[in-house]
Design a protein around this ligand. Structure first.
Ligand code: DX5
Ligand code: ZN
Length: 213
């Protein structure tokens, strides 16, 4: 069954604990978007916020690093409580080393791909990844429109993985009731959703809808 990771980016940051509480029992993971104002235009949260979220929940924390030179901060985010850490292919000249570093810290390691980055860029490193994060928007902001070609990339990633369980395929950006169907059908294992979940008065219900049952 597909897993759902609500993205806290669209939560009310003045009431983060309440937002976490609203998806406890329905969400499988919590997605934390780290932005530095350089790799992407926006600036969001650092390890301090991740640590604060960690104190509110037992849910695994899925940390999506949209920053340049992520190697410098892997340890800080792991210590803050990250269970899964993804870095962007476009931000890592020595990706294999970065993945190894995440594993040495004891976290699951993922690589995120911008829409323009082909899935084939991961062919030589696929066996070392716990998950691939396929961006279905250009990263930087919540509430953007789903990029339909992402479903082709999901199928390509599933084909590259063939019969193996890893890497899992995570999809992020513009996921809602309509776009979740083709994304699940294409073979995604984890759906990230921010605005669709947290703009609702009933976030838990939205999580269930995304899971498709
Ligand atoms: C976008 C972030 C996403 C974002 C998704 O750069 O990586 O995780 O929170 O937001 P929605 O679901 O609103 O597109
Ligand atoms: Zn994200």
């Amino acid at each position: 069954m597909v897993r759902v990771a609500p993205s806290l980016l669209s939560a009310d940051f003045s009431r983060l604990a309440d937002a976490v509480q609203s998806v406890e029992g329905s969400a499988d993971l919590l997605h934390c978007d780290i932005m530095d104002g350089r790799f992407v235009p926006n600036i969001t949260m650092g390890p301090l916020i991740v640590e604060a979220v960690r104190k509110t929940t037992e849910l695994p924390l899925d940390v999506h690093m949209m920053i340049v030179e992520p190697d410098r901060y892997l340890s800080d985010f792991r210590q803050a409580g990250a269970d899964m850490i993804s870095v962007h292919w476009e931000a890592c000249p020595h990706l294999e080393r970065t993945i190894d570093q995440i594993h040495r810290l004891g976290a699951l390691a993922g690589v995120a791909l911008n829409p323009a980055t082909p899935v084939q860029a991961l062919v030589d490193i696929l066996d070392e990844l716990d998950y691939v994060l396929i961006m279905s928007v250009n990263p930087g902001f919540g509430g953007q429109t789903f990029w339909p070609r992402a479903t082709i990339k999901i199928r390509q990633a599933a084909q590259m993985r063939k019969g193996r369980e890893r890497p899992l395929i995570e999809v992020d950006g513009g996921i809602n009731q309509e776009t979740a169907d083709p994304v699940r059908a294409a073979g995604a294992d984890i759906l990230v959703a921010g605005s669709y979940v947290f703009a609702s008065a009933n976030p838990a219900e939205r999580v269930k809808i995304l899971r498709g049952n």
